[in-house]
Design a protein around this ligand. Structure first.
Ligand SMILES: [Zn+2]
Length: 253
């Protein structure tokens, strides 16, 4: 067994984290993430291997966002923050101009297109009071799941954005799916998982969906797909379906 792909990150304050993929041939055997120095997943053999990788001082993947600078866990340990702005994305007064830049940049990140063995990335769109919209760094942090068919690594949408220029007001989260075609999942649409006014999701073909949940309003949630420079509304989430996120499809509008 040998690691074919991996990423190890060292940070100050005694924190270390690692994210890596173990492969034999085309089979992914194991994937984990370690935080706060504790090895949560994996067998002793994996831990030994990781320890030896750490001792060898493996460098982070060039160009990959790094925990501790671009994103990290909040003290609760189950929610994350993201830094911003992400320099790969040009800010704009037109939020759609920002949204349209996201997918091509995200798909350059490690494992972003690895389908069943892929990695989701989550970020946020926000303002700092200057009339423009910004994108946060994307984060791969999320639930620790062994990888395998249909077990892609999900990411947590940021609860807050840290921007040195001032207080960030979040208006949307965005996330990728590492295959295509892939639209918003039922979990993506459930009311309890909505954080902001808008949710953006895209797949490896850069088909973009927008969910406007209208959670606290007496009107249906709306699901759109990006077509060129317009949003086409493709479904409604009726009042009684908001909890489950069930979509009632619309014929062409
Ligand atoms: Zn999703």
């Amino acid at each position: 067994m040998r690691p074919l792909a991996g990423r190890l990150i060292h940070r100050a304050r005694g924190e270390a984290s690692a994210e890596f993929l173990l492969m034999r041939g085309a089979n992914v055997l194991f994937s984990t993430r370690m935080g706060n120095g504790s090895w949560v997943d994996g067998t002793g053999r994996h831990v030994l291997l990781l320890a030896s990788l750490l001792a060898m001082g493996c460098a982070a993947t060039p160009g990959a966002p790094e925990e501790g600078e671009a994103f990290g866990f909040l003290p609760s340990g189950t929610a994350i923050w993201a830094g911003g702005p992400w320099p790969a994305i040009q800010p704009s007064e037109d939020v759609d101009a920002v949204i349209d830049q996201l997918c091509p940049q995200i798909m350059k990140l490690p494992r972003a297109t690895l389908q069943d063995y892929g990695q989701e990335y989550c970020g946020a769109l926000y303002t700092v009071g200057d009339g423009r919209y910004y994108a946060s760094h994307p984060s791969p942090l999320g639930s620790r799941e062994p990888l395998g068919p249909q077990r892609r690594k999900a990411c947590y949408p940021p609860r807050t954005v840290r921007d040195a220029r001032g207080r960030a007001t979040l208006i949307a989260d965005f996330h990728s799916h590492p295959w295509a075609p892939s639209s918003m999942s039922p979990r993506d649409r459930e009311a309890r998982n909505q954080l902001w006014l808008i949710r953006i999701q895209f797949d490896t073909r850069c088909t973009i969906q927008k969910l406007v949940p209208h959670l606290d309003e007496d009107r249906p949630g709306e699901l759109f797909v990006r077509e060129g420079s317009r949003w086409r509304r493709i479904g409604l989430i009726l009042q009684d379906d908001k909890a489950s996120g069930r979509v009632t499809a619309l014929s062409d509008e």
